[in-house]
Write a new protein. Structure first.
Length: 95
């Protein structure tokens, strides 16, 4: 967008496809673009209603939560797990 200053419209499928962290939100906001969220039927500009901006802000936080949760789940999947000789987890008797 900085290389093409005449382009002021950004077309996006959904909010979580555009933002992965809050820094992305601030960066894109500083560019003063017109954002079109296709699947959410939302066009966001500087003149948008405050309720639309609020809903958008909540969706940005939800996208951040999704990314953080995905990271936690991946870390859980990579963490070493106790295995028996056959590679399957078995509980001890009486636990």
């Amino acid at each position: 967008m900085r290389k093409h200053p005449d382009c002021r419209v950004l077309l996006v499928e959904k909010t979580d496809r555009l933002y992965r962290n809050l820094r992305d939100c601030v960066t894109i906001d500083d560019l003063k673009l017109e954002l079109h969220f296709v699947k959410e039927s939302l066009i966001l500009t500087n003149e948008s209603r405050s309720s639309d901006k609020l809903k958008h802000g909540i969706k940005v936080l939800m996208a951040k939560n999704y990314t953080d949760n995905l990271s936690e789940e991946v870390k859980k999947g990579v963490a070493p797990k106790p295995h028996n000789a056959y590679g399957r987890h078995m509980r001890r008797w009486g636990t």
